[in-house]
Ligand binder design. Structure first.
Ligand code: SAH
Ligand code: SF4
Length: 408
C-alpha cells in the first residue's frame, strides 16, 4: 500500500523535527530542511545541496512541498497584488500583497521586475492571508460571509500563501532580501475558528529558521471567538485585531452574528486578559463604517463609554475605521468621508488613537471584505480553473515561469 506524501508546509519546526526523527534523522537535519523550504523557497530535494544524500532519498516519495496553484494574479496601479489560489473541490482563496513606499509613490508597474528598483523604496510589505474557504460567521457586510463556509484550510495551505508570495516577489523584484515584513490574517475566513491549523502556521511565520517575522508584525484578526483568544494568548501571542463594528449588543448581534454567543462585555474582558500576555501593548479594534447603520456621532460616544468602562481594568486599544467596501448582495452603503472623519474625531478627542484605513487595490477588488474567492458560481470557477491551468502550462517553459501576468 502506498501512502500519500506528507506536505512539509504542514509542519512548524517542531513538527518537522518529529517527522525527521521518524525517518531516523537528527533535529539539525530538520532545521536545514526547514531553511531550504522557507528561507530559500526550494521545493526540489535534489537542489538541497547540503542535505545528506541518504535524507534526500528518504524524503523522495514520502514528502513534498505542496504549493497552491495560482488561478489568477492581478496587480493594481498602486502596487497591490492579489492572487486567487485553487484549493481544490471548486474552492479558491485569495491573498493580497500590499506594499507601502516611504516616498508614497509606488514604482511604475513592471519597473521592479526590470531592475529591482522597487525594493529599496519599500518601507513595509504586508501580506493579507486567508484561513478558510468561505466563513461560517456570516457578517452582514462581508462578501466572504455571504458566500458561506466551505472548509478550513490546512496549515500547509495557510503557509503556502506566504511561501508562494515571498518567493514570487523576490524573483519579481530581483532580490535575495526578504520582501514581506508583515502578515495579517485578514483575508477570507475566521482564523480563530481554524485554531489548530492556524497556530503551527503562525509559528512558522515567527520562526527564525522560517520567515523570522516579529510577533508584533503578525496580526490575527478575529470577529471575537472568545475561548480561542484566551488560547492564543497562551500559545502564540501575536498582535490581535478585533472586529468590533458596533457599540452595543443589539446592533452587533445583527452585524456580527457571533456576538450572540460572545457578547461585547465578555469580548472586551477577554481582550483585556490578552494584553497580559501579548507583547503588543494594545488591541486594534476594527470598525467597518456603514452609512446610517453604525456611523452616527452618538454611536462614537457610546464606543468611548464602552472602552472607558474596560480601560479601568487595563484595556488599551486603538481604533481603525474601515470605509465599507461595497458588494452588490450586501444592500449596504459606505459612510461618506466627512461622516467617517467626524466619527474618528469623537474617538480621537476622547484620547483613543484612531486611524482611517486607506483603501488599497480598489481597481482589482482587493480591499477588505471584497475577497470572495470567486466561488459563488462554482461551475464557472471550475471551467475557468481548467482554462487557466492550460494557460499556465503554456507559459511554464518561459523564463519567468511563475504565473502572474500570463493569467486572467
Ligand atoms: N474573520 C476575521 C478576519 C477576516 S475579515 C475578522 O472578521 O476579523 C478582515 C477585516 O475586514 C475585518 O475587520 C472585517 O470586519 C473587515 N471587513 C469585512 N467585510 C468588509 C467590507 N465589505 N468592507 C470593509 N471591511 C470589511
Ligand atoms: Fe467571516 Fe470576518 Fe467576514 Fe465576518 S468579517 S464573515 S468573521 S471573514
Amino acid at each position: 500500500m502506498t501512502t500519500a506524501p506528507v506536505n512539509l508546509l504542514d509542519f512548524d519546526l517542531d513538527g518537522l523535527a518529529a517527522f525527521c526523527e521518524g525517518l531516523g534523522e537528527k533535529r539539525f537535519r530538520a532545521t536545514q530542511l526547514f531553511r531550504w523550504v522557507h528561507q530559500r523557497g526550494v521545493a526540489d530535494f535534489g537542489q538541497m545541496s547540503d542535505l545528506a544524500k541518504s535524507l534526500r532519498e528518504k524524503l523522495a516519495g514520502r514528502a513534498h512541498v505542496a504549493a497552491l496553484s495560482v488561478i489568477s494574479q492581478h496587480e493594481s496601479k498602486d502596487g497591490t497584488i492579489k492572487w486567487l489560489f485553487d484549493v481544490g473541490g471548486g474552492n479558491a482563496v485569495e491573498s493580497v500583497f500590499i506594499p507601502e513606499y516611504g516616498d508614497a509613490v509606488p514604482p511604475p508597474r513592471g519597473a521592479a521586475a526590470a531592475g529591482g528598483r522597487g525594493l529599496s523604496a519599500l518601507d513595509r510589505g504586508t501580506l493579507c492571508i486567508s484561513s478558510q474557504a468561505g466563513c461560517a460567521v456570516g457578517c452582514r457586510f462581508c462578501s466572504t460571509g455571504h458566500q458561506g463556509f466551505s472548509r478550513n484550510l490546512t496549515t500547509g495551505e495557510i503557509v503556502a500563501q506566504l511561501w508562494f508570495a515571498e518567493h514570487f516577489l523576490r524573483r519579481h523584484l530581483a532580490t535575495d532580501e526578504r520582501v514581506i515584513s508583515n502578515v495579517v490574517m485578514m483575508g477570507m475566513g475566521e482564523p480563530l475558528q481554524n485554531y489548530d491549523r492556524l497556530v503551527p502556521a503562525l509559528r512558522t511565520m515567527l520562526d527564525d529558521h522560517g520567515y523570522g517575522l516579529s510577533r508584533r508584525r503578525v496580526t490575527v484578526s478575529t470577529s471575537g471567538v472568545v475561548p480561542m483568544i484566551d488560547r492564543l494568548a497562551h500559545d502564540c501571542p501575536v498582535a490581535l485585531a478585533v472586529s468590533l463594528h458596533a457599540p452595543d449588543d443589539a446592533l452587533r448581534d445583527h452585524l456580527v452574528p457571533l456576538n450572540r454567543k460572545y457578547p461585547l462585555d465578555e469580548l472586551l474582558r477577554t481582550c483585556t486578559r490578552y494584553l497580559a500576555s501579548a507583547p503588543r501593548d494594545f488591541i486594534t479594534f476594527e470598525y467597518c463604517m456603514l452609512d446610517g447603520v453604525n456611523d452616527a456621532p452618538e454611536q462614537a460616544r457610546d464606543l468611548v463609554d464602552l472602552v472607558r468602562a474596560h480601560a479601568a481594568g487595563g484595556l488599551r486599544c486603538k481604533f481603525n475605521l474601515i470605509p465599507f467596501n461595497p458588494f452588490p448582495a450586501s444592500g449596504l452603503v459606505r459612510s461618506p468621508a466627512p461622516r467617517v472623519q467626524a466619527f474618528a474625531q469623537v474617538l480621537n478627542e476622547a484620547g483613543i488613537v484612531t486611524t482611517v484605513r486607506k483603501t488599497r487595490g480598489d481597481d482589482i477588488d482587493a480591499a477588505c471584505g471584497q475577497l470572495a474567492g470567486d466561488v459563488q458560481d462554482r461551475t464557472r470557477v471550475h471551467q475557468r480553473m481548467a482554462r487557466q491551468r492550460t494557460v499556465m502550462l503554456r507559459v511554464a517553459d518561459t523564463a519567468d515561469a511563475l504565473p502572474g501576468k500570463a493569467v486572467s
